[in-house]
Design a protein around this ligand. Structure first.
Ligand code: AMP
Ligand code: MG
Length: 401
């Protein structure tokens, strides 16, 4: 298998996503829906506004009566319906959001009028046209209007819209259960003393948990797994409840790279495992019971890049998102990018004055350089060098990346 051809990333993504079955649909109160995606289309259950409403504080009048004067016959306030009828020469006091009484067709804003007792006269310019300052019934949406398709990410605006459309809950795919297994004899939990120079802090688990924190994901972070096939097999078997098991380390073909044999021992069959990308070549995907196992490389930058390119798209698919692959946008190179070998290159890069520059240190273990990157410049396999001014596809690294 070592000699097998490298799989293009796009193909690996498609194969991985083909395994994704969105989690079961549940109804969640609106306030808990942020970060989820609509599991079903959102349609309006009501007419909005349900009647012609005033958009201003003022007086409901008849356009034909301008320039007044008027006799005030009552008040239409928000939440309280006014049953009277506005007849020629009459006006009703009205507040923002209140129903325009029958007979009236225009709002005279209060700044343009003077009231003494029940007598009202025009003092300003008056309404600019018939119907001024009225939000007509149904001008936002009508019953059964499709407000958003299934798969739309739920943000604060969609929550407000759903509430106004008559919904108190939304159908969403339940939170995804993820287990993050860090493997390696050299790893020590972050902050713990390192017994020898041969040991290193385990940074991948905390990084991955951080990447997932803004998603509706319940992430389990069990203790570091030593490089023993029985320990790895046991750790994998213990996570049979997880929708996704992410492993890091041990994904290559060294003597201590045990993910593949451990997966085989617990009944998983590896779907693919070498991707034509740099960093990140050794990645494997396995179905194990009802879990999808994504085996990421141990090198921290490789784990970061492959998690963005594979794990996050998988999670979005499990959450029922319509857009799952990372978004890229083109920036112009501010300095030259080197020619690319036979693997798609993910270059840590900085944006200066809108132009993209490769960082000096591209080592797949260099976390300081990674932390200084604003974007990953994505260069196709076998591409020649990019000159200053050439367009380069970039995936932005947001502060939460
Ligand atoms: P491996 O894939 O196990 O051969 O690991 C590749 C490199 O990544 C080695 O230098 C490991 O020490 C390092 N590494 C593995 N796991 C982690 C981790 N959780 N955090 C930081 N570095 C790691
Ligand atoms: Mg290892």
């Amino acid at each position: 298998m070592t000699g097998a051809a490298l799989l293009p990333l796009a193909e690996a993504q498609q194969r991985l996503l083909a395994l994704a079955r969105p989690t079961p649909i549940v109804a969640l109160p609106l306030g808990s829906c942020i970060g989820h995606c609509l599991a079903e289309p959102l349609t309006a259950a009501r007419l909005q506004p349900a009647a012609d409403l005033s958009a201003m504080d003022g007086y409901a009048i008849r356009w034909a009566d301008l320039p007044g004067p008027w006799a005030i016959i009552g008040e239409s306030a928000a939440g309280r319906q006014f049953d009277g009828m506005v007849r020629p020469g009459e006006a009703a006091r009205i507040s923002t959001g209140a129903i325009v009484p029958e007979g009236a067709d225009t709002i005279l804003v209060q700044e343009d009028a003077a009231r003494r007792g029940d007598a009202l006269r025009l003092t300003g310019d008056g309404p600019p046209h018939q119907g001024a300052h009225i939000r007509s019934a149904g001008h936002d949406f009508e019953p059964d209007t499709l407000l958003a398709p299934a798969g739309t990410p739920i943000d604060a605006r969609l929550i407000a819209l759903a509430a106004m459309a008559g919904h108190g809950t939304l159908p969403i795919h339940r939170r995804v259960r993820v287990a993050i297994l860090s493997t390696g004899d050299e790893l020590v939990a972050p902050g713990d003393p390192l017994p020898s120079p041969a040991h290193i802090p385990a940074s991948n688990g905390a990084m991955l948990a951080g990447m997932l924190a803004r998603w509706p994901v319940d992430a389990a972070l069990p203790p570091i797994v030593p490089d023993r096939i029985d320990a790895v097999a046991e750790a994998l078997a213990a996570q049979s409840d997880a929708d996704v098991i992410i492993t890091t380390g041990g994904a290559s073909v060294g003597d201590h790279d045990l993910i593949q044999p451990a997966l085989a021992r617990v009944g998983g069959s590896v779907d693919f495992w070498r991707i034509a990308m740099r960093p990140g070549k050794p990645v494997m995907v396995t179905q194990l019971g009802k879990s999808i196992v994504v085996g990421l490389p141990g090198n921290p930058v490789s784990a970061f890049v492959t998690a963005h390119m594979l794990v996050l798209p998988l999670l979005r698919a499990l959450l029922g998102a319509s857009e799952v692959l990372p978004q890229t946008r083109e920036l112009l190179a501010g300095s030259p990018f080197p020619a690319v070998g036979n693997r798609q290159d993910f270059v840590r890069a900085q944006i200066v004055d809108g132009a993209i520059h490769p960082l000096g240190n591209q080592d797949s273990g260099a976390l300081h350089a990674l932390s200084q990157a604003d974007a990953l410049a994505i260069r196709p396999a076998n591409a020649p060098g990019a000159a200053t001014g050439d367009p380069v596809a970039c995936m932005m690294l947001s502060p939460e990346a």
